[in-house]
Design a protein around this ligand. Structure first.
Ligand code: GLY
Length: 599
């Protein structure tokens, strides 16, 4: 197999797919834009959902990219040889263009040809869907693999549990898939050993999803899509690992500087088996935290949403650092090695880490400091609880108290308890957590019990309000005002724009009045597709420069707003009811931030 650096693999991927007619699109932010249904971008397809569902993509029907992704559902597995909470996904898409008979031979070519990965055919195993009432046994896929050159005994038919792909919520475009595995050469764990077991013999490296279905709401029916798509994702870190004949993703160049730094700070060696797991966890969590903090959206640690995940990652890293005898504040040095690594590896994707270095380091330092203060008090409380254990278990309310009052993430309590041979009542904790949320949450959030489609509707309305707010800002302060950032959660919109000073209360009131006037005017919202030049001539605002291709969508809201935008939006401004600004603050130098709600 060819020995590759991460950048060589990145370039090879883009070269292969552009030579097959694909257009490269940039990696989206790790914080999804205008999507309140997920916290992080978990797959390259996520920003493409509208296009997989049938909307026209401005760059055509064949796309490829390398997407930074965050998945924290497997956080417990981090520290083994292959799991990471942040990874880069090499992806390519057919939006109603080619399908299985093109994609499988291309996958085979990329995996095995001398020009590309050059993996010996014998080291590859693939899976296809075994069939159910919705989708037949994938003989077409199996035959395509066989014809390409995969041995019959290395093609496995697996159930829906393994060979069906959808987003975590289960909602959105979905379909059967065919996964590709690298056979590590380890002996079979049993007679029936296959890519379905997690014994470590087979490492998944690539997934071809054949997306021909969609699910509209949680638990909803699976319906045929009007177009057949292909969505594939290959794990960059895993392929770099096997291409360099390594046992673990952590042993590659991607983590080399960080591991060296941790060894230096702790005086402990990564080659000692007992140090491997804590060192890997610190690396993983600081790497992911650095990328969440350094994203263009600038998320900081908090007790909700992305901020809470970030807080958990940092606090978990601190906990493992303490075990290795590293001073918590020295984790900043580990973060710096990752910033340096990413910027040197791929400045096109990661320059925001360098630009936001101060924010990353400041927020990391603040969080570490906060945690260090609480940990002393929390440890005392923990010891009190340990002295009063019933059934050798910390009950849910006590575990929640450790979290809520002392800032101990649940994982930390579980880990500390397990070090002492005790358990934690996780179910009880979750109940206490939910109870707490139910009483402290505002009405807006509670209304989301209605499910995803309702969440989407609210998101669309807040998105419309964002356009109206920009219109109001430009009307009030002049045409030099532009959007600098936007983020929407089910509760609120957050909008950043260029402005040098704090806004006065009466100015905020003017902005609210203009937006509420637009709402009261019951303006119909129209959407038109047109070439980008025509859109610009018509005076439509576009904030993303060259990201757009030939044909763009222009959303018009009477005289209040005209913007190039992917949508979605409300149909009429009256759906927004009432607009209220809840906060105005500085975002960064020369940039102000407004948070607003619809009530
Ligand atoms: N979207 C394909 C994957 O994540 O495997």
């Amino acid at each position: 197999m060819k020995k590759l650096t991460p950048k060589e693999l990145y370039n090879m991927w883009i070269e292969f797919f552009t030579s097959h007619g694909h257009v490269q699109i940039p990696s989206a932010s790790v914080i999804p834009e205008n999507d309140a249904t997920v916290l992080f971008t978990t797959a390259g397809m996520q920003p493409l959902v509208p296009y997989l569902l049938g909307e026209k993509h401005p760059k055509g029907t064949r796309l490829c990219n390398v997407q930074k992704c965050i998945r924290t559902n497997d956080i417990e597995s981090v520290g083994d040889s292959s799991h990471l909470t942040m990874f880069e996904m090499l992806g390519n898409w057919s939006l109603g263009d080619y399908f299985k008979k093109e994609m499988i031979p291309w996958s085979f070519e990329f995996l095995t040809s001398e020009k590309y990965l050059n993996i010996p055919i014998d080291r590859l195993a693939v899976t296809v869907f075994e069939g159910d009432s919705l989708s037949p046994r994938d003989e077409e896929g199996a035959t395509a693999w066989l014809n390409a050159g995969i041995k019959k005994e290395n093609i496995f038919y697996l159930s829906k549990e393994h060979n069906w792909w959808a987003l975590g919520s289960g909602v959105g475009p979905c379909g059967t898939d065919s996964e590709m595995f690298y056979d590590t050469g380890k002996p079979k764990c049993c007679e029936t050993c296959s890519p379905a077991c997690d014994c470590g013999k087979y490492l998944e490296i690539w997934n071809d999803v054949f997306m021909q279905f969609r699910v509209e709401e949680v638990g909803g029916e699976c319906k045929e899509l009007s177009q057949k798509n292909v969505d594939t994702g290959m794990g960059l870190e895993r392929v770099v690992c096997i291409s360099n004949n390594l046992d673990s993703v952590y042993d590659s160049i991607i983590f080399a500087d960080a591991i060296k730094k941790i060894e230096e700070l702790s005086g402990k060696s990564y080659s000692d088996e007992e140090n491997k797991k804590p060192i890997r966890i610190i690396c993983d969590h600081i790497r992911t935290a650095t990328n969440i903090l350094g994203d263009e959206k600038g998320i900081a640690p908090s007790n909700v949403g992305q901020g809470y995940v970030l807080r958990r990652l940092i606090r978990r890293a601190v906990n493992y650092a303490r075990r290795l005898g590293i001073k918590a504040e020295d984790l900043i040095q580990v973060s710096n090695t990752f910033i340096d690594y990413f910027v040197a590896y791929n400045p096109d994707v990661y320059s925001s880490l360098d630009n936001n270095r101060k924010f990353i380091i400041d927020e990391l330092a603040k969080e570490i400091n906060k945690f260090s203060q609480t940990i002393v008090a929390g440890t005392k409380e923990f010891e009190k609880q340990m002295a009063n254990l019933k059934d050798n278990t910390i009950d849910g309310v006590s575990a929640f108290r450790l979290y809520d009052t002392f800032g101990f993430p649940l994982e930390l309590t579980i880990e500390l308890a397990s070090d002492r041979g005790a358990k934690v009542d996780v179910e009880g904790y979750n109940k206490a957590f939910e109870h707490h949320q139910a009483i402290s949450r505002q009405g807006a959030e509670a209304s989301f019990k209605g499910g995803l489609s309702e969440a989407n509707e609210v998101t669309a309305k807040l998105h419309t309000a964002t356009h109206l707010l920009l219109g109001a800002l430009r009307k009030t302060f002049g045409e030099h005002i532009y959007q600098k950032g936007s983020n929407i959660t089910p509760e609120r919109l957050r909008f950043d724009f260029n402005f040098e000073r704090k806004l006065l209360p009466e100015e905020l009131k003017t902005l609210e009045d203009i937006v509420n006037q637009a709402i009261n005017d019951e303006v119909e919202i129209t959407c038109e597709e047109m070439p980008i030049e025509k859109a610009r001539e018509s005076g439509a605002l576009g904030v993303f420069g060259d990201k757009y291709g030939e044909v763009v969508k222009v959303y018009t809201m009477g005289d209040y707003s005209k913007e190039i935008c992917g949508g979605p939006h409300a149909k009429n401004t009256k759906e927004l009811h009432h607009f209220k600004i809840v906060k105005e603050e500085s975002s960064s130098s020369g940039v102000r931030r407004i948070k607003a709600i619809l009530d």
